[in-house]
Design a binder for this molecule. Sequence first.
Ligand SMILES: [Zn+2]
Ligand SMILES: [Zn+2]
Length: 377
Amino acid sequence: MSGGDLVIERPEGLYCPPGDFYIDPWRPVDRAVITHAHGDHARMGHAHYLASVPSEGVLRARLGADITLQTLGYGESIEHHGVKLSLHPAGHVLGSAQVRLENGGQVWVASGDYFVSGPGDDNATCAPFEPVRCDCFITESTFGLPIYRWCPQREVFDDINAWWRGNAEAGRASLLMGYSFGKAQRILAGVDAGIGPIVVHGAVETLNRAYREAGVALPPTLNVMDVTDKALLKRALVVAPPSVHGSAWVRRFGDPSDAFASGWMQLRGARRRRGVDRGFVLSDHADWPGLQRAIAATGAQRVIVTHGYEAVMVRWLQEQGLQAGAFHTEYDDERHDAQEPATADAAMADAPDEVDAPEGAGMPDEADAADAEEGAE
Ligand SMILES: [Zn+2]
Ligand SMILES: [Zn+2]
């Protein structure tokens, strides 16, 4: 790394030398800028937190009401040791932000996790991704393989609604599992609440409260602990975290139809490995075309890739004539929930037949596969 870099790797996390602070550090530090409240990006134990205004409720719900937190509105800037810092929407979950840093005539942007897919296909539960011009863009790459291409969200929600309606007519509960922060609220905001009652796990309801307090419209939900009418459950959509799968918690629903909502459901084997009836491809991360579009929109000549299939993405960027490298990070949210393939090769072998990787798009060779990180969602 040359001397002027605004972000470098340190054992604690990504570090800004002139500003003397970290971005989403995985070890306790004095000053942490937090891109979003997923557990692997927002860890306990930092002395000072800086995050976006809309993330405050979810951050305090997850890390404790008493953390020392300064908030910044999107687009508002502060200066710290001569580094001008501002936060910009990432479209991933409520409050998610890209971090823009300006110092010594350079602009760097660290994306955190972000969602960009087809045109107009924004995440309804948070502000949409905003491209920020920069010299160097630090991008996530969770789904950075050509096989990952999301259908329009409307089609996914139509499938979910049809599945729920069919189950309700047959007197069977519909158990839909997805990460309790972000994915669950996205499901709630997207389904047709006219089909039947919506029942949620307590962990989901805690986050729903924070979303509603932040002004995000969600349909009415019942905490499962408050439901006394057992007949109601037979028509219900039940939204719960993946950890309930196979646990005693699901017995109260009798014999529910179960499903899993995740970007990993794009892969043929993922639903089978999960052992669920249905898999819905719904991700809070950019797909392969979305990553390409987002990176191009920054105008950055230098790109640093983090978490997930770095080698494939770095090679593709280099083929586009960009200066590209990778940072090793310790972000791993939902890694254990999703049972995604461990390597790029495994993912490719698992791709449905109808998804063809374009020519020259950077198919991984064996060396890449050995290097590829487990992705996360
Ligand atoms: Zn995340
Ligand atoms: Zn992440």
